[in-house]
Design a protein around this ligand. Structure first.
Ligand code: C2O
Ligand code: CU
Length: 532
């Protein structure tokens, strides 16, 4: 029926154009549509694998791009700190630009990227410069946008005045050629990061991101502290970043979701501080502190090191109440962990830091363990092994109310006009109705994930405490094992996640969204108006 109508329309247009003798503009092609459904049975006749998602019968998946892991050549680079121009120790003042430049992601080839730099002359690197300050420092960043498109800088996780948050709630962003002075206090020690909030799926993929460390006055005693910024990038044969997949996320017959359209972009190169499989030089018997952030568009990293474990001492926002030792560390885009690693390997050995498969929905195929970096043990062990510091923190436990004050429903929306979207409360950004709350209040939120995949949920402006998770279909509610502050959290497929937040920071319109950038850009963003 649908096909017939379309053909009829085309015929009619052509005929009229012929009759009047003037060229008729061709109407835009209809976007592919999924066949509408209400329940699973409606899709039964369409063939194997069809499921009813977001109101349409769809088949997943076209496979994720295969990852190429080169042999290790050089050592991992620490992110280069941004220079502080202000001699006053209480003030950190710096210049920062964003521009197009080339970086060497694959040895011997230049890849065009978007980069943050101290100034136009500084060497281009991904990640951008590290902002490294002690807690309580006033941060002044004089930023100039030298790209030929608008951008913003969002300081992911930092509690700061709303107008410094770099979110596109009512701004068109910082125009090409324009400047903006950011001015805020970096209050709470943790590892944060910064990135644009306009066309994030393109601008972050192309390299606009940097780490932001707010140091404790007295950090735990370790042998070394490293910052690992994890990313992946999708390069074509000429080693250039693949353009964003435009148009609907479906194949032209309207039945198959493309991988990027559905799950978000995964790259074919893994990057640790901008390098594929670098060496990390370590010494047996020492203890290292790793501050890890995942800045990828959609890839989850599930880190493991054979024969080693991770002692989690902190999450997105500062230390946790007590350490938690794990063999694996799962980080969704946007999340951070602060871990201690006992260097238990043999002198002169090499051990891989790998990311294991994490099925984040729709039966993603398992590519096996992928090497992120190679730990290279020195021939000489530490003369005396370093004891593992015990890091604890007094955290007041926020108590959830019996009924949530806010409910955010995550869903797919495959049939709304020309847009294939991911929705929050049935709305697609930017056509949204903001939630509302009052500064100083404490509220319980339920994030209800109606879809069949993980979504990392991120709230700006106010860290929260995760309380529990429960399957939508019934089953046991699981209390969150760690007492800690988060700003980004994985909400599993068909899961309800509950957290408590205290609106303790600054009033204003704050964003909340999925941190899979393709989902956010396809609608999974909204706002909350926190009134003074
Ligand atoms: Cu990391 Cu709204 O962003
Ligand atoms: Cu998502």
């Amino acid at each position: 029926m649908y096909v017939t109508l379309t053909r009829f329309a085309v015929t009619l247009t052509v005929t009229l154009g012929f009759l009047t003798g003037c060229p008729t503009p061709t109407p835009p092609p209809d976007p592919p549509r999924a066949i509408a459904c209400e329940e699973e049975e409606d899709c039964a006749d369409l063939g194997p694998g069809h499921m009813c998602m977001g109101g349409g019968c769809m088949v997943m998946i076209i496979d994720a791009p295969a990852v190429e892991v080169p042999a290790s050549s050089d050592s991992a680079l620490d992110p280069q700190p941004l220079d502080d121009l202000d001699p006053d120790p209480a003030v950190f003042e710096a210049n920062l630009v964003a521009l197009v430049d080339t970086v060497e992601l694959v040895p011997g080839t230049a890849t065009e990227a978007f980069v943050y730099k101290q100034d136009g002359a500084a060497p281009a690197r991904i990640p951008g410069p590290l902002i490294d300050v002690e807690a309580g420092t006033r941060v002044l960043i004089h930023f100039t946008n030298l790209l030929d498109e608008p951008t913003t800088i969002h300081w992911h996780g930092l509690v700061l005045p709303n107008e410094m948050d770099g979110a596109p709630d009512d701004v068109a962003g910082i125009a090409a050629g324009a400047s903006f002075d950011f001015d805020f206090v970096a209050a709470e020690p943790s590892l944060y990061w910064f990135h644009p909030h306009i066309r994030g799926d393109v601008q972050i993929e192309r390299g606009l991101y940097g780490a932001f460390r707010v140091r404790e006055a007295s950090p735990p005693a370790v042998d070394s502290e490293r910052i690992f910024v994890l990313d992946d990038v999708l390069l074509d044969d000429a080693r250039q970043v693949e353009p964003r997949a435009e148009g609907p996320a479906m194949t032209p017959d309207g039945q198959f979701m493309t991988f990027e359209g559905m799950m978000g972009r995964q790259g074919n190169r893994l990057l640790l501080n901008g390098k594929s499989n670098p060496f990390v030089d370590v010494v047996a018997g020492t203890v290292e502190r790793w501050r890890i952030v995942n800045v990828a568009n959609s890839r989850f990293f599930r880190l493991a090191i054979p024969g080693h474990s991770f002692v989690i001492i902190g999450t997105d926002v500062g230390f946790a109440s007590a350490p938690d030792e794990r063999d694996e560390l799962l980080l969704a885009p946007g999340e951070r962990y602060d871990v201690l690693v006992r260097m238990d390997g043999d002198p002169s050995s090499e051990v891989a830091l790998v990311t294991k498969h994490h099925n984040r929905g729709h039966d993603m195929a398992d590519p096996g363990d992928l090497v992120v970096a190679t730990l290279r043990y020195d021939a000489a062990p530490a003369p005396v092994p370093t004891p593992l510091p015990v890091v604890t923190r007094d955290i007041e436990r926020l108590v959830a109310s019996a009924e949530p004050d806010q409910i955010v429903r995550m869903d797919e929306d495959l049939l709304r006009g020309a847009r294939v979207g991911f929705s929050l409360n049935d709305e697609l950004w930017p056509d949204v109705t903001p939630l509302s709350a009052a500064l100083g209040d404490e509220e319980t939120w339920d994030i209800v994930n109606e879809t069949h995949m993980d979504h990392p949920f991120h709230l700006h402006g106010f860290p929260f405490q995760v309380v529990e998770r429960a399957p939508l279909e019934g089953g046991d509610t699981v209390a969150e094992p760690m007492l800690a502050w988060k700003d980004t959290v994985i909400v599993g497929p068909r899961q309800r996640l509950r957290f408590v937040v205290r609106y303790d920071g600054f009033p204003g319109m704050w964003m909340l969204h999925c941190h899979i950038l393709e989902h956010a850009e396809r609608g999974m963003m909204t706002m909350i108006d926190v009134a003074d």
